[in-house]
Design a protein around this ligand. Structure first.
Ligand SMILES: Cc1cc2nc3c(=O)[nH]c(=O)nc-3n(C[C@H](O)[C@H](O)[C@H](O)COP(=O)(O)O)c2cc1C
Length: 273
């Protein structure tokens, strides 16, 4: 890419962040054109369904909200231990749990806010160390707070390494969350403005995952630098109507790894004055 092309790409990126309503005042999205809305959830495709426990009062939640907010940080050093099914269930609940419906079936109300309550994301999991679950690929069913097993796989480390673009510390995660965008679920309402809103929406999901992990002594780190193609293939996504665009390894951590965590930022010192 030459300098001119780079500037054009940057300009396009900036333009995408603006609403640009003035472009065409007559523009109507499918919702406002009276087109029936798409499903709020994906139906399960597997017969291997796992009920998730919800007795969250059994979890040893640490501190008050301010303590949790202050303690949150990205973790990249994991000790490769099992987390419990209840802990996993709690993380899924805190990030995408359905608390109710708005209207008959117009929208879901969840534990995170979302533009127009479209909740255009699906949660996929690559599980390594979760008590009671075989390692492999899973999909969260928020409509019933269950998991479906898409495929058991003994060794998922190569998959994690490739999809996380060789950030191999992630291979020690107990579970890696992969978030997809089901594009038309939000495009139906927001049309050409959808993609700007969706990137804002996912921040709430990610932050809730960070905070929920912190509150039960687990570590996590958002990963934006992912290899989409391999992730889409593993979860059976076409890469256009639905595609993975963010991931979050979650793992067990220990206090004595604090220095190792800081070592990830060693490069920062080159920039010190
Ligand atoms: C959208 C997003 C993408 C990120 N992608 C990566 C990544 O690919 N690799 C990584 O090591 N950290 C990634 N991070 C973590 C940031 O580096 C981290 O949040 C930042 O350095 C601040 O540190 P803290 O989270 O401990 O406060 C990402 C964070 C966000 C919010």
């Amino acid at each position: 890419m030459d300098k001119k092309e780079i500037m054009e790409r940057i300009q396009k990126g900036r333009a995408f962040m603006h609403m640009q309503e003035e472009d065409d005042p007559d523009y109507k999205t499918d919702q406002y054109s009276g087109i029936k809305q798409p499903p709020l959830f994906k139906d399960p495709v597997s017969e291997q369904i796992v009920d998730l426990p919800t007795d969250f009062e059994q979890l040893n939640l640490t501190g008050n909200l301010l303590d949790v907010i202050n303690a949150r940080s990205s973790h990249r050093v994991f000790t490769e231990e099992n987390i419990s099914l209840l802990q996993l269930s709690y993380l899924l609940w805190c990030t995408q749990g359905v608390k109710g419906l708005r209207g008959k079936r117009y929208a879901t109300l969840r534990t995170v806010p979302c533009g127009g309550a479209r909740h255009e994301f699906e949660t996929y999991l690559c599980i390594q160390y979760v008590e009671g679950l075989k390692s492999g690929y899973y999909h969260y069913l928020p409509q019933t707070h269950q998991l479906e097993c898409l495929k058991e796989e003994d060794n998922v480390k190569d998959f994690i390494s490739v999809t996380e673009q060789k950030q191999d510390w992630a291979c020690k995660a107990s579970v890696v969350f992969y978030y997809s965008m089901v594009a038309y679920r939000a495009e139906w309402r927001y049309g050409i403005f959808t993609h700007r809103v969706a990137l804002i929406d996912v921040g709430y999901v990610s932050e809730n995952l960070y905070l929920a992990c912190t509150s039960i002594g687990l570590g996590s780190c958002a990963i934006g630098a992912i290899s989409e193609k391999e992730a889409n293939e593993a979860f059976g996504l076409d890469g256009n109507e639905e595609f993975i665009f963010l991931s979050h390894p979650v793992g067990t951590i220990q206090e004595s790894d604090k220095q190792k965590e800081l070592d990830f930022y060693a490069f920062v010192h080159d920039y010190d004055e």
